[in-house]
Write a protein that binds this ligand. Structure first.
Ligand code: PLP
Length: 387
C-alpha cells in the first residue's frame, strides 16, 4: 500500500547530512566532550563548530547558544528561568492562549508560584494584535513570550514588532521558534529577540536535541542542576552527535531557503484550493497570508477529526487531528478554541503538514482519498443536512 506522510509538524525524518556527521561521533569519536583526552577533544571540536554555525544562522554569538534536550526543555528553561531570576523586578508575564503546551504548562506552574500571566487575545486567524500587547504591559511585566509560528494552524506572529516593543519597554522577549526554524529567517538583533527556542527534529535533525538562544547579559536561572556543562548553565553530558547533527540539519534547512519555501507554498495552496472547491462545508483554520509554507488545517463540519484521521491512516496517509488524542484526551485543541471555533467544529479538524519529499501527486492522492472518506463519514452522520 502507498504510504504518505503529511505530519511534518509533528516530526521530520533525519536528513542524510545529519546522519553522516552523527555516526562517527557515536562510534569512533565518541568521547565525552568534557573529557581531557583526544576522544573528548574530538567531541568538543564538533560541538564548538556546531555552536558557531547555529549562532551565525540566527545572527547570534557562539556563547549565546545553549544545547538542551528539545523544544520542551528550551521553553521550560526560558520561561521559568527568566521568571524566577527576575522576580524582584516584577511578577507579570504576557503570552498568548495559542502557545504550545510546553509554554502554557510552564506558565501555569509559575501562576501557582504567585506570578500573574496575561494571555493576549488572538483574532479568528490566530493573529496577536500589538496594540493589545501595549495595553497589557505593566511596570511589573518582566517577560513576553509569543511563538513565532503556531504549530497547529501555521499562523506567523508579528515577532519583529513585538520585539521592538519589548526592547523599548525593557522587557525580556522569548519566542518559541520550534515550528518556524527553516521556514522563517531570523536575526535575533534586528528582531530584538532575547531568548529563542528550537527543536532539531522539526528541521530534519535528530530527536531529543534542542537549542535555547539566550542573549548575553540576560538574567536567567539554571534549569538543570548537576555538572558545569554549557558554561555552567545547563548540566548534563553534552550530546555531541545530536548537536553536530542539529547544526548540519539547520544549515541545510536554510540552503535554497526561498526555493524550498516556494515549492511548499505552491503545494500548500493547491491543496487548500482543491479542498475548498471540492469538499462542501469546510473551513480553513489559520492565517491566509502569514502562514507557514507547509501548514494546512481544515475543519470538516458534521464529522469527527478522529474518524477522518483513522480512515486516512487505513489508507496509508498520516495526518494529525485537532484534538489532543495522542495525550489520551479527546478535548478539542486549545488553539482552535482560542480562535473562536465552537467545540463541534473544532472536533472535526485535521492538520496536514507537508515536507521536503511531498509531491504534487501525493497532494492530489490525499485530496482524492479525503473526498471519498468525508463523503462516506457524512453519509453516516445524523447531523449532516444534505443527506
Ligand atoms: N513548541 C512548539 C511550537 C512545538 O510545535 C513543539 C513540538 O511539537 C514543541 C515546542 C516541543 O518540542 P519538542 O518536541 O522538541 O519537545
Amino acid at each position: 500500500m502507498k504510504r504518505i506522510y503529511m505530519d511534518y509538524a509533528a516530526t521530520a525524518p533525519l536528513c542524510d547530512e545529519a546522519l553522516k556527521v552523527m555516526i562517527p561521533l557515536m562510534q569512533t569519536d565518541f568521547g565525552n566532550p568534557t573529557s581531557l583526552h583526544s576522544f573528548g577533544r574530538d567531541g568538543i571540536k564538533a560541538v564548538d563548530s556546531a555552536r558557531a554555525d547555529i549562532a551565525e544562522i540566527i545572527g547570534a554569538k557562539s556563547n549565546e547558544i545553549y544545547f538542551t534536550s528539545g523544544g520542551t526543555e528550551s521553553d521550560n528553561w526560558a520561561i521559568k528561568g527568566i521568571a524566577r531570576a527576575n522576580r524582584k523586578k516584577g511578577n507579570h508575564i504576557i503570552s498568548t492562549p495559542i502557545e504550545h503546551h510546553a509554554v502554557i504548562e510552564s506558565l501555569k506552574m509559575l501562576e501557582q508560584e504567585g506570578f500573574e500571566v496575561t494571555y493576549l487575545p488572538v483574532d479568528e486567524y490566530g493573529n496577536v494584535d500589538v496594540n493589545d500587547l501595549l495595553a497589557a504591559i505593566t511596570p511589573k511585566t518582566i517577560l513576553v513570550s509569543v511563538m513565532t509560528a503556531n504549530n497547529e494552524i501555521g499562523t506567523i506572529e508579528p515577532i519583529e514588532k513585538i520585539g521592538a516593543i519589548c526592547r523599548e519597554k525593557k522587557i525580556y522577549f522569548h519566542t518559541d521558534a520550534v515550528q518556524a526554524m527553516g521556514a522563517v529567517k531570523f536575526d535575533v538583533n534586528a528582531m530584538n529577540i532575547d531568548l529563542l527556542s528550537m527543536s532539531a527534529h522539526k528541521f530534519y535533525g535528530p530527536k531529543g536535541v534542542g537549542v535555547l538562544y539566550i542573549r548575553n547579559g540576560v538574567r536567567i536561572d539554571k534549569f538543570m542542576s548537576g555538572g558545569e556543562q554549557e558554561r555552567n548553565k545547563r548540566a548534563g553530558t553534552i550530546n555531541a552527535p545530536g548537536i553536530a547533527g542539529t547544526a548540519i540539519a539547520l544549515k541545510s534547512a536554510y540552503e535554497n531557503f526561498e526555493e524550498k519555501n516556494a515549492k511548499l507554498i505552491k503545494l500548500r495552496d493547491h491543496m487548500i484550493s482543491r479542498i475548498q472547491n471540492e469538499i462542501p462545508y469546510v473551513k480553513l483554520n489559520g492565517a491566509v497570508k502569514n502562514r507557514l509554507p507547509n501548514n494546512i488545517n481544515f475543519s470538516f463540519k458534521y464529522i469527527e477529526g478522529e474518524s477522518i484521521l483513522f480512515n486516512l491512516d487505513l489508507a496509508g496517509i498520516a495526518v494529525s487531528s485537532g484534538s489532543a488524542c495522542s495525550s489520551g484526551s479527546l478535548d478539542p485543541s486549545h488553539v482552535l478554541l482560542a480562535i473562536g471555533l465552537p467545540h463541534e467544529i473544532a472536533h472535526g479538524s485535521i492538520r496536514f503538514t507537508l515536507g521536503r519529499s511531498t509531491t504534487l501527486e501525493d497532494v492530489d492522492y490525499v485530496v482524492d482519498t479525503l473526498k471519498t472518506i468525508i463523503e462516506k463519514l457524512r453519509k453516516m452522520s445524523p447531523l449532516y443536512p444534505a443527506k
